[in-house]
Design a protein around this ligand. Sequence first.
Ligand SMILES: NC(=O)c1ccc[n+]([C@@H]2O[C@H](COP(=O)([O-])OP(=O)(O)OC[C@H]3O[C@@H](n4cnc5c(N)ncnc54)[C@H](OP(=O)(O)O)[C@@H]3O)[C@@H](O)[C@H]2O)c1
Length: 364
Amino acid sequence: MDSFAFIIHPLNPRRDIQRKYPLLGRIASDWMIYHLSPLWPPVFLSEVEGVTSAATGKAIKGYLLACPLSPQHFLGLPEKKVYTKIIETGRLAERLGASILGLGAFTSVVGDAGVTVAETLDIPVTTGDAYTVAVAVEAIWEAARQMEIPLESACAAIVGATGSIGRVCAEMLACAATPPAELVLFARRRPALEALQAHLQARCPGVNVTISTDLAELRRAHLVLTVTSAIDAVVDPACLQAGAVVCDVARPRDVAASLAGKRPDVLVIDGGMVDTPGGPAVDFHFNFGLPPRQAFACMAETMALALEGRFADYTIGKNFDLAHVNEIRQIASKHGFRLSGFRSFERPVTAEQIEQVRRAAHRQ
Ligand SMILES: NC(=O)c1ccc[n+]([C@@H]2O[C@H](COP(=O)([O-])OP(=O)(O)OC[C@H]3O[C@@H](n4cnc5c(N)ncnc54)[C@H](OP(=O)(O)O)[C@@H]3O)[C@@H](O)[C@H]2O)c1
């Protein structure tokens, strides 16, 4: 049976270590967790079963593995050390016989986004970033539809627009049949924003693309797709207008969970999640914080490629294009992956919440 492996890592080290080692997570000090985890070997978390193509009936199995580094380690340790740790985890996938390996969260953000890892390992690798783009943009479009926000008069913003994922999300929105009235791109470095603005203006003539490094300007956005690699929350719902929708694709989150419920007139949805085909038989045998059968889009890209039998490096590096996103979107859709129902800070979004924010939007 073909199989995939997928690497995750602690985002909130104490909470996530407790999911695998309840006692250790309770008794270890923060100092111990921070200093000992880079010395910890890669961890086998679980075997995934039941993932089955809706198109062909092909079933695959999978392995969830953990690279024992936190976002602080990924951004703070020397790059070579981080690569070594990811490659060690990839070697575990090879020993398990996985046919393809997916790189989750910061294992795909760091350095050259999978190029070195793919060159070193003997099994094919993907970051999953292409399907993450497809799912993030689909979520924003669906949110606009449910909230009755007309795209042709809306201001849409992308925070982290110059990153691997943000850049192609921007292109997908700008080149869509109905682009937003204004597309505002946010990041910290202005030259990269200017280059992206010029690229989009050339690629999608007539689309109104503006740039900003000041997140206070998010106030004019109706739709916000946020996907930075910041370790701490960067988007404060306090600076958003009533009726705005934020789709938070970043992990760790760009909108602090502590702000849940503080702006009932703003809808914050957890972005980048899909339902996995295979029905009730799908079991990840590990709680990585999502409801049963739900997966992150990057994990879903790895599973979709295994169902398709595409065992070659797929989304690697920071410069993939829209055609690549459209291809994986078709492959995933064919095998039965679907955008999940909206959740906000890990809870299902209720019809009342949508109605409350919709009314706020219409009062503007
Ligand atoms: N949900 C999923 O399935 C899924 C899948 C893959 C990745 N992700 C998540 O997506 C996020 C982005 O990944 P990526 O590979 O696109 O990262 P990336 O290539 O490193 O891009 C990060 C972007 O964020 C901006 N940025 C970083 N820190 C910022 C800050 N403090 N304030 C404002 N902008 C900031 C960067 O520009 P400047 O440096 O100029 O600010 C850049 O535009 C990560 O959190 C990752 O874990 C989620």
